[in-house]
Design a protein. Sequence first.
Length: 63
Amino acid sequence: MDDQQAETIINRLNDIDDRLITLPDKLSDILSALKNTDDKLDLIANIQNTLESIEGIIDSRMK
């Protein structure tokens, strides 16, 4: 692995870290929305899809 590849990996990991830092606030917003919606099952399904998407992005970037 050369320096450029190492730098690219570090930058990607920092980007993931930055996104994960904001995750608690986003989850708090989602929980608030859950308390105020009649379509809770649809919202939960959307949350699950979003989390699976995030997991896929992280997995693909770690390869």
